[in-house]
Design a protein around this ligand. Sequence first.
Ligand SMILES: [Ca+2]
Ligand SMILES: [Ca+2]
Ligand SMILES: [Ca+2]
Length: 421
Amino acid sequence: MQLLSGTYPSLTVRGGHGTAAAPVTVKPASGASPSLTTVTSQANYVTWSGVLVTAPFYLTGTGDTVTGSHVNGGGLFVRGTNITVTGSLFENGSSIDGIQVGGAYGVLLKGNTVRNYNQSTNNGMHADCVQIFDSANVVVRRNNLSNCYNSGLILSVGAGDGIYGVTIEDNFISGCLVVSSACGGGSSVDLREASTVGLVVRNNTIGAGSARLGTQPGTVADRNIISYLSDCSVPLTNSVVASWNTKLCGTTLPLLQSGGNKAGTVRYANAASNDLHLTAAGATDATIKPVATTVPRAPTDIDGDATSATIAGADTPAGTGAATTADTTAPKTAISSPKSGSTVSGTVTLVATASDNVGLTDVIFRAAGLTLGAATKASDGSYRLTASTASFPKGVYTVTSVARDAAGNVATSVSVTLTLK
Ligand SMILES: [Ca+2]
Ligand SMILES: [Ca+2]
Ligand SMILES: [Ca+2]
């Protein structure tokens, strides 16, 4: 579908004939400069390529992609399933988030720039570059997020459905520096949302603003560079921290005395313009002596260079990284109990097997388009979730287990059919 020049009224896209193998692409016609206002994309397998959007942009379908596009003055609301947002620029919104991922499943945000979102009215949006809530299996990779009023990247409670499986890697993330007089210098990252399960934060360079990391069980925060750390007790490893809350944590932050962490200031190419690439001296500043952790380092940096085992953050200078083998092998998972065709009631224990060539990050169970919860590993190696059926209407459900590894590869089991009575 090719768009001619002009300013379009509010668009809603329904129906359509896209498939995973052959998505419908919406793009400007050759030489045309269309300008879209509000876009609501409800159709499945639509690729928005090279479009300009100046108002809210909603993605609610399955298998939709936004690539090489420019959202100027608007924000993207990701509400669908298996959504990819890549190589796009989001900027200059007011009292709106740059990219808001809510009630979504299977989202990749890769290689985008999100910047300059301010808050001028008290509408409850708390303008963030990226906000995630009530979602599962989200990968935020190789983005540059900066200058957003409330936070560069925030996980929040939403409706309380929980956040399952978020990998944040190879990003430059800064808080609010220059946008407006209302800009209070907010958080670079705020990852404290307690319902989060399976959070991996690795190889990020986190610039100006307060870094608020979480302490949720299983969180991994490894090989990051952090300008200002707000917390005294977070699961930080192999990281370089320039400054921290000395009132709360003391002048000698204990977590920087172990775990491969160190205190130190890192020199960047141009921090004022959010270019957090390392200078030659910065590469020395960011050098670490790593200790072993439960997840490997990210294979590539923000530029796609191979990461170095001994350099923290999102940028490895080209040529200094040792090639690692990216893990492209998805985990395997299957539901072992209850058997398909079973009738269940009351409290049900779901049991799955799961494995991966490198290592699993988490296993969740899903039914009726909802994430039921995260499984815990039992002593026999199986993954189990005990869930009440009280909030589900009686009927027939297809239940799957979903396993994820640290590279963000996801596997979904063959479904089992359970009758709830
Ligand atoms: Ca927000
Ligand atoms: Ca690099
Ligand atoms: Ca794997």
